[in-house]
Every structure is written in C-alpha cells, then in structure tokens.
Design a binder for this molecule. Structure first.
Ligand code: FE2
Ligand code: FE2
Length: 271
C-alpha cells in the first residue's frame, strides 16, 4: 500500500483491510525456479543476494519477537486490534524467509551478516525499545509509557519498516525484476510489501497524533531520524560489497533518504 497521496486510515480501517488482504500463505509460494536460479548465480552474486535475504530474515524474526511489547503498550483498543493482525503477518514474513533459506539458499548462515551497522537497529536496540515499553507499562507510569511508545514506534515502524525494509524492496526490485529472477521471492516481497504498507501507515498515524498533542515528541523523533539518517551511507555500503549485480549505489542511497523524508512528512515533521 502506497503511503503517499492517501488519506490517513484509522487503525480500525487498517484492521478491516488486513482481515481481507493479509491472508496469503508463505507455504503456497512455489520455490522450484528460485532454487534453479540460485544455483546458476556466480559466487559473488550469491553473496550479494544472500546478504540482503539474511538481513530480511533476521529483521523479520526480530520484529515478530518484539511486537508483543507494543501490543502491551498501545492504550487505544483499535490500535491493539490492528496489532493483532500485524503480529500474525510478521510471523508469516519470518516463516517465508526461514523457508527460503532452507529450500533455496542451501541453509546459508545469516548471523555473520549482522554487522554492527545492522545488528543494533534490527536486534539489540529494537529489543531495548521493547523492554522500555514493558518496564513503563509494568511500573504503571503512563507518561513514561507514552514516551517509550513514541520512541519505540519511531524506531520500529519509522526506521526498521519505514526506512530499511522499504529501501530493501527497492534494492530487490533493481536486482531481480529487470532480470526476471527469483519469481517466488518476488511474489513474497509483493505480498510482504502490501502488509508492511499497513504497518507503516498505522505507525506513522500514531506518531502524527502524539506529536500533534505534545510538541516535545517532535524533537525526540526528529533526533532519532537524524541519527538514523546518518547511518544510511555505511548501511548501503555494506549491501553493495560485493556488487556483482551492478546496482547503482548512489541511486539506492537517494531512495533511502527519500523514504526517510517521506516518513517525516507523514508525521508532520517536514513540509
Ligand atoms: Fe514484516
Ligand atoms: Fe511490518
């Protein structure tokens, strides 16, 4: 779902859409051609392809594991209702990549691709955001909980989904669609992208609302976005070594900045 040019949807509307469209099954995507394509790649191409798949796999497992804290943290019933669909969808995304590594990528290891540029944002820092939400909720601290939720949503839905994942889809597009490679992965990405569109719309709607109510949050989220924006070049650099697919690194970097600016606009921080 494109986020640009659409009227903001409520959590309830997004829940209703998710009930109808978020029901695809990762088990039903054929992977036979993908396996043949993988075997036909050069070692350098395999490395470049596996690296990005590994970051998606690790990222999807991590967000699926962390999202329960957000279910605890949202105080509005409609947002909790929507989150129930998001948890189901994140688990399915992780399931798809687990299957992909087993059936296509020959059980390649993924953890050595978790370099510091990605490990923090995808795993450790995200885990800390979740635990901060849980601690504030258990302490019965509404102000602390709201602050932890604003930071948690900015990190999860703003950066992990709204910057890293969407930039990754564009990277896959450049790598695969023009060459007609990996039809199973392309179909899964098409479905995941639609699911993630709802997650981002919901998260940015939450941030827009909180920032409109409390101007202090604007500076808090802006700071986080600036810090993450500064990490775009080293993260892109990692994904382009090796670059046997011959992708355009500069263009990919511009796409990433564009996504971050778009998220800022959606929450009322940029014109
Ligand atoms: Fe996901
Ligand atoms: Fe998501």
């Amino acid at each position: 779902m494109a986020t640009r040019g659409h009227a903001p949807k409520s959590a309830w509307e997004l829940y209703r859409i998710a009930k109808r469209t978020g029901t695809w099954d990762p088990e039903n995507i054929p992977l036979t051609q993908d396996r043949a394509h993988y075997q036909s790649l050069t070692p350098g191409m395999r490395e470049q392809f596996t690296k990005v798949c590994a970051l998606f796999y690790e990222g999807e497992v991590s967000v699926a594991d962390t999202l329960a804290w957000f279910l605890v943290g949202f105080t509005e019933p409609d947002r909790r209702t929507f989150l129930s669909t998001q948890i189901f969808e994140e688990v399915k995304h992780a399931e798809f990549f687990r299957r992909y590594f087993k059936e296509v990528l020959e059980n390649a290891g993924t953890s050595h691709y978790l370099v510091p540029e990605y490990r923090g944002v995808l795993l450790d820092e995200l885990d800390s955001r979740g635990r901060a939400i849980g601690a504030a909720a258990l302490a019965g601290d509404p102000a602390g909980l709201e602050r932890a939720m604003v930071l948690g949503v900015a990190h999860y839905m703003g950066i992990v989904e709204g910057l890293l994942a969407v930039s990754g889809y564009d990277y896959f597009d450049e790598m695969l669609s023009t060459r007609g490679l990996f039809p199973g992965l392309q179909e899964a990405i098409r479905q995941i992208r639609i699911d993630e569109g709802r997650h981002i719309v919901h998260g940015m709607g939450y941030l827009r609302q909180r920032i409109a109510e409390n101007a202090d949050y604007a500076a808090l989220v802006q700071q986080l976005f600036i810090e993450e924006g500064m990490k775009i070049p080293p993260r892109i650099d990692f994904a382009f070594h090796p670059n046997e697919f011959g992708l355009d690194q500069q263009r990919q970097q511009e796409i990433a900045y564009e996504h971050l600016t778009q998220r800022s606009r959606e929450i009322g921080l940029a014109a």
